[in-house]
Write a protein that binds this ligand. Structure first.
Ligand SMILES: [Zn+2]
Length: 277
């Protein structure tokens, strides 16, 4: 069974601030990238114990070369995608060859009262697909779903785990911490979080027969509320996007991969509005 893992960092046990997740921070980041890595390793160990025969891990945070590769289990069944940019971002490597997906270290969506809540970019205030407010987890789950791939496990803070399980009730959710505020959490110690993730991963692999790919039904409509007017100014330049308000754009798509590509392109061009040109 081929498993795809998209691993983020903000939802790792103990993480409570941007400084811990910022590769430029030479004091805190080395500590927390190791904790991220060890949670991914725990998910891998559980998945192998639960029947995974091949595991493709996509490092999905910031510069996307966070994982300390030597800390992963030394097994030939594992491959790791590192670095950025990569066209499909947090979902690079997912294909219809995958049988199932895990999301680890995930965090709440932009606008939620939760720790480090955001959706792909600080330039995005809210994103909806067919009027459903989407987190990174839901956007990514729908891409997996469009390839017929179910998401079997999500780990992260309680806000994202609870919300995702409302949409994907067949999945295992492992909440490693409770948000207090944007930069504060009440967390399990890392070793206890890893034990829960390892156990959850093993259980999740046993659910593959009953899990469903998550999909949005066409016709598909994407709406993005941006953080500032200038972000919408830039996104409006992309073919297919229509300006609907000072800080809002919309696009439609015939299939979900096209919609997801439009969203990723929008976040990338919006980032250009933050720099003087
Ligand atoms: Zn991240």
């Amino acid at each position: 069974m081929q498993l795809f893992i998209s691993c983020d960092m903000e939802g790792t046990a103990g993480v409570c601030s941007w400084s811990q997740c910022d590769p430029e921070n030479r004091h805190e980041y080395p500590v927390f990238r190791r904790l991220m890595t060890l949670e991914v390793a725990a998910a891998v160990e559980g998945a192998l114990g639960g029947g995974a025969s091949q595991i493709l891990i996509n490092d999905s945070h910031w510069s996307m070369h966070n994982l300390l590769l030597d800390e992963l289990p030394p097994r030939p069944e594992i491959r790791v995608i590192s670095g950025a940019p990569k066209p499909w971002s947090m979902m690079q490597g997912l294909s219809d060859a995958s049988d199932a997906a895990f999301f680890t270290g995930y965090h709440a969506k932009a606008g939620d009262a939760a720790t480090l809540a955001h959706t792909f970019s600080d330039d995005v205030h809210c994103v909806t697909v067919n009027d459903v407010a989407c987190s990174e987890a839901l956007l990514n789950a729908a891409l997996a779903g469009s390839y017929g791939v179910p998401v079997l496990m999500i780990t992260g803070d309680r806000a994202i785990v609870d919300e995702t399980l409302r949409h994907l009730p067949w999945a295992v959710g492992v909440s490693v911490k409770d948000p207090i505020g944007f930069s504060s959490v009440n967390s399990l110690p890392p070793s206890a979080a890893r034990d829960a993730i390892r156990k959850g991963a093993r259980e999740a692999m046993g659910r593959v027969g009953n899990a469903r790919p998550f999909t949005f039904q066409p016709p598909l409509e994407l709406r993005i509320e941006t953080a500032a007017v200038e972000h919408a100014d830039f996104i409006e330049l992309l073919p297919g996007f229509t300006r609907i308000a000072g800080r809002a754009v919309r696009a439609t798509a015939g299939d979900y991969p096209s919609l997801f590509a439009s969203f990723l392109a929008a976040t990338r061009i919006a980032a250009a509005a933050n720099r003087p040109s």
